[in-house]
Design a protein around this ligand. Structure first.
Ligand code: ATP
Ligand code: MG
Length: 651
């Protein structure tokens, strides 16, 4: 592979950071050598009603039990709102940018307090109690944040279902967590198109009754577009009606640290989504601390995470982490390419965004549209960029760094999972020299290790399966209602270790490079290869926009390499290009990595969160398309039919 560039921490960043390289080293060492002392101190980043004395009580063996700060009491909404009021009631908590660029709003911490208290009182008046599961199926509007914080205020457990999912997906999640209270909106708005949220909820309730006999008691509807929708008497209520006379004061419920905060289903890249349960104290400490250090957030700065609150990234880094820190967090209703591919950069200019956090899938999509959409904007307010969700190919990293950030902004490539609650491996901007494509080093208290197939821990520069040797406060506590599945999924592969499911390489500097899911590792003539590496090589070619690589049975090599390639706009997929690409990969990585098959694909199957679903690509490559498995979280199922057709024509 070509020589890897290293980007030193710029002096201006090091001079103005919470955490320099030396501080990182010392704090990290302490966090591993004496976790009790470390967390006894760090837990004070949140306000406790009752200060915990028992810091850590965790076991990765046997029944697997994870408890942090268990005798402490606190409230998440108090931490995200009330504690800031004495000093920052008039500072901006949320900036909302509508799908339509002409619509926006700003909400101060004082206003946020009133709105959340009112929402909490509405929930109470409708009978929601501590411990009840509240399903939310919402667009990216301010009320979504109010509703989350209102649940947290009264101790209800929210379960957010991404607003792009189908009625079936809503029904199965309603059933899985036995929820009978739904918050939704009349319609959502994305990229100029309307999403029939309330109608989908109605369909989901019909589906739920048909498949389980269960019903839903209440549907609370927020008005967004003003569409004419059906309201079922006795079940459906408008938020603007029931909120009219409620008080704007509601005492925050004191919650035990291990009381549930929310359930969130994983994105389903690898199979049926899991209902991940996060609790109150450890989760809040984790997102508060990671937000502060990883984004090196200073008061007054404007921070924007472009994720949807339907994903863990939205929970932890649009709502809970930023607000717990008293930050200004931007909530974006729209999509990156509407009205055009300059949208992100226009929003950054309009609100003078300092920190921007997005996903590789968005970066690759915008890269495909060319530099002009970026260069037409100013972006001088930006000082830090972030990436999450998938390995970021060095090609995309370089584009993000050079074109978007103009070589001025460090990139924090944050590796984590729904299960981990917050980031586990990431650079800290003032402490970590960057290498494009590497998530670099573990956060405080995180003890990663690489193991071989038998669970032997591997030392030094090596490659293996990524595990975590000990618990961290933000860790999920169980799969909701199915602790056995929790143990089976995460703790049965390697005794006493949390298995992430991801493959990873560690280099001479101790930097971690996520190579993709372990299930996706390809074994060509005895050589194990991560899919990310081959994909990055393909994407580095000037004609390629996106690539996904899977293994398929090969008579001689055991497994062959099957590459799905999407070309840049205007590029003709020809046989010449196909053989050029094979040569290109040989040169970039080596002959062992040459693709055996290249299929030019008009689009790749992705989850709603933008991740490539390789297990489907594997099935197609194996010519086994009758059993594609759970495809309910696919963004656009027609892509799969197109691919199968392309495959049939090509073979
Ligand atoms: P499911 O578990 O249902 O298959 P999922 O794993 O896609 O879905 P998430 O929790 O949203 O659900 O995603 C976590 C995964 O995303 C990680 O395990 C990893 O594979 C990938 N990932 C996230 N961030 C990064 C990153 N910075 N670099 C590399 N991979 C990443
Ligand atoms: Mg996963």
């Amino acid at each position: 592979m070509s020589e890897i560039a290293v980007y030193k921490v710029p002096e201006s960043v090091a001079a103005n950071t919470f955490c320099t390289e030396g501080q990182y080293r010392d704090l990290y060492k302490q966090s591993i050598n004496d976790p009790i002392a470390f967390w006894s101190e760090q837990k004070n980043c949140v306000d406790w009603f009752r200060d915990p004395q028992i810091i850590k009580n965790t076991s990765f063996s046997g029944e697997v039990s994870i408890k942090w700060f268990e005798d402490g009491e606190l409230n998440v909404s108090y931490n995200c709102i009330d504690r800031h009021l004495p000093s920052r009631a008039n500072e901006i908590a949320l900036i909302w940018e509508g799908d339509n660029p002409a619509e926006s709003a700003k909400v101060t911490y004082g206003e946020l307090a009133r709105e959340v208290n009112r929402f909490a009182n509405v929930l109470k008046s409708l009978g929601v109690k501590k411990g009840d599961r509240v399903t939310m199926y919402m667009p990216m509007i301010l009320e979504t944040t109010y509703a989350m914080l209102a649940c947290a205020r009264i101790g209800a457990v929210h379960s957010i279902v991404f607003g792009g999912f189908s009625p079936d997906a809503v029904a199965s999640r309603l059933d899985d967590c036995q929820s009978s209270f739904i918050i939704t909106a009349d319609e959502g708005l994305r990229g100029g198109r309307k999403v029939p949220l309330k109608a989908n909820v109605d369909a989901a309730i019909v589906e739920l009754a048909a498949s389980t006999g269960r019903s839903v008691d209440t549907v609370l509807v927020v008005r967004r577009t003003g569409a004419d929708i059906a309201m079922t008497k006795g079940r459906d209520v408008w938020y603007h009606d029931v909120s009219q006379d409620v008080s704007d004061h509601c005492d925050p419920e004191p919650m035990k640290a291990e009381d549930p905060l929310f359930i969130l289903y994983t994105s389903g890249s690898t199979g049926k989504p899991k209902g991940v349960l996060h609790t109150t104290g450890g989760y809040l400490v984790w997102v508060t601390m990671t937000f502060k250090y990883i984004f090196d957030y200073k008061p007054g700065e404007v921070y924007w995470c472009s994720a949807d609150v339907g994903w863990i990234t939205g929970h932890s880094y649009i709502v809970y982490g930023p607000l717990s820190n008293g930050a200004t967090s931007l909530v974006f209703e729209g999509v990156p390419n509407y009205p055009d591919a300059s949208r992100f950069w226009n929003v950054i200019d309009n609100f003078k965004v300092n920190i921007f956090y997005t996903a590789p899938t968005a970066i690759r999509a915008l890269m495909r549209e060319g530099e002009d959409f970026v260069k037409a904007t100013d972006r001088s307010s930006l000082r830090l960029l972030g990436s999450v969700g998938e390995p970021i190919n060095p090609e995309a990293w370089n584009w993000y760094y050079t074109v978007v950030g103009e070589g001025r902004c460090p990139i924090v490539d944050t590796w984590w999972q729904t299960e981990t609650g917050g980031v586990l491996i990431s650079p800290l901007p003032g402490a970590t020299p960057l290498k494009p494509g590497s998530a670099t080093r573990p956060f405080f208290g995180v003890k990663p290790a690489l193991v071989d197939a038998d669970g032997n821990i591997l030392d030094g520069a090596t490659e293996g399966n990524l595990v975590l040797m000990d618990s961290w406060p933000g860790q999920m506590r169980t799969v909701y209602g199915d602790h056995e599945r929790f143990i089976q999924t995460y703790f049965s592969s390697y005794k006493g270790l949390y298995f992430t499911g991801d493959g990873c390489r560690r280099d001479e500097d101790g930097y971690y490079w996520i190579t993709g899911r372990v299930d996706d590792v390809i074994n060509v003539s005895g050589h194990r290869m991560g899919t990310a590496e081959v994909e990055s090589a393909l994407v580095a070619h000037e004609d390629v926009s996106e690539a996904a690589v899977v293994g398929y049975p090969h008579d001689i090599k055991g497994q062959g390499i099957f590459a799905y390639v999407t070309c840049k706009a205007g590029v003709e997929p020809t046989d010449q290009l196909r053989s050029d690409l094979v040569k290109w990969v040989r040169k970039e990585i080596g002959p062992i990595a040459s693709p055996d098959v290249i299929l030019f694909a008009p689009g790749l199957p992705k989850t709603r969160s933008g991740k490539i679903m390789r297990r489907i690509l594997r099935k197609i490559a194996e010519n086994d398309t009758d059993s594609l498995g759970d495809t309910s979280t696919l963004a656009d199922p027609s892509v799969v039919d197109d691919l199968i057709r392309t495959y049939r024509v090509a073979t």
